[in-house]
Design a protein around this ligand. Structure first.
Ligand code: PEP
Ligand code: MN
Length: 336
């Protein structure tokens, strides 16, 4: 529910409205625009009678928000949310690219890749330390050591680091991590999402393998309603009947999410396709349909990668991709 306040509402009238709303057991998300103040009501508003509230003198109009996501809803926050991470900003006029290996494997590997992707224009370094693998016998990541190696690469290059968390118990290890990734398999790990709401760190929330956009936004809502509004959404492909690609990249999710929500939306063409040569064309397409950035897997020796080698591109291919991207990014008025 959205309440638009009258321009000339007095502080007393607003105070009265505020306490009436709180008495109904919902909280207020205040949005101060240039010309109007809007109260977004957060919580279970289904039993609230709009007529009762419209009797308050501060109220200009009341609109019901049909969607179950409130804080993530563009109706609550018409402007794009811009999330700053180091020198990069997501959701504004820039197009930051996150790049790095699927998994952190060794100091040499992560430093070499970090230096290369930085030289090509990446703004953040990715690398998995805790890996969600289909097989328990597959490489599970270097865990704490992986995070330590990422922080070395950060010191070396100055690039902020992005890495995936798989359980609440790992949170203490993420103190020096700049962006915490919630992977596709944990998109609906609600207890984890609530805990991330208390961190204040930007969260990269990837779409689940078989989740709707509304479900993705409800997961963002978990993080936001727990106190952290810095959520970056990521389209990374969904499971369909098609088997030629690892997943089916739902490009239409990008403009649709941008219309449903004010949160930044980035694309992951690596996991979406699972095929190295497809990363570049799908990266271009993502930029053209309005993505706010990309996350791309880059490995210095893809054939030897301990995870996701088939979809990893070399530093040279990444450099070429970054050069190709510019006109597509500029199509939507952004800069790279
Ligand atoms: C990853 O980023 O390496 C990863 C496991 O991603 P996703 O959760 O999208 O599969
Ligand atoms: Mn991967």
């Amino acid at each position: 529910m959205i309440i638009i306040l009258k321009k000339n509402a007095t502080p007393e009238q607003i105070e009265k409205l505020t306490s009436d709303i709180h008495a109904l057991g919902v909280s207020i998300h205040k949005i101060e625009g240039e010309h109007t103040t809007v109260f977004g009501l957060v919580g279970d508003t289904s039993r609230i009678n709009a007529n009762d509230l419209s009797a308050n003198e501060a109220v200009e109009a009341i609109h019901r928000v049909q969607e179950p996501y409130k804080m993530a809803n563009r109706k609550f926050h018409p402007e794009n949310t811009v999330i700053q991470v180091g020198e990069a900003s997501f959701g504004g006029d820039e197009f930051p690219v996150i790049a790095g290996p699927c998994s952190v494997e060794s100091e040499e590997q992560i430093i070499e890749v970090a230096r290369a992707v930085k030289a090509s224009g990446a703004k953040l370094l990715r690398g998995g330390a805790f890996k969600p693998r289909t097989s328990p016998y597959a490489f599970q990541g270097l865990h704490e050591e992986g995070i330590r190696l990422l922080t070395l690469a950060k010191q070396d290059t100055g690039l902020p680091i992005v890495t995936e968390i798989m359980s609440i118990g790992q949170l203490d290890l993420f103190a020096d991590v700049d962006v915490i990734q919630v992977g596709a398999r944990n998109m609906q790990n609600f207890e984890l999402l609530k805990a991330l709401g208390g961190t204040g760190k930007p969260i990269l929330l990837k779409r689940g393998l078989a989740n709707t956009l509304e479900e993705l936004l409800m997961s963002a809502e978990y993080i936001m309603s727990a106190g952290n509004e810095k959520v970056i959404l990521c389209e990374r492909g969904i499971r369909t009947f098609e088997t030629a690609t690892r997943n089916t990249m739902d490009l239409s999710a990008i403009p649709m999410l941008k219309s449903m929500s004010h949160l930044p939306v980035i694309a992951d063409p690596s996991h979406a396709t699972g095929i190295a040569w497809m990363v570049e064309p799908m990266a271009r397409a993502s930029a053209a349909v309005g993505a706010d950035g990309l996350i791309i897997e880059v490995h210095n020796n893809p054939a030897r990668a301990l995870s996701d080698g088939k979809q990893s591109i070399t530093p040279a291919a990444f450099d070429a991709l970054m050069k190709e991207l510019r006109p597509y990014v500029e199509l939507t008025g952004k800069q790279i």
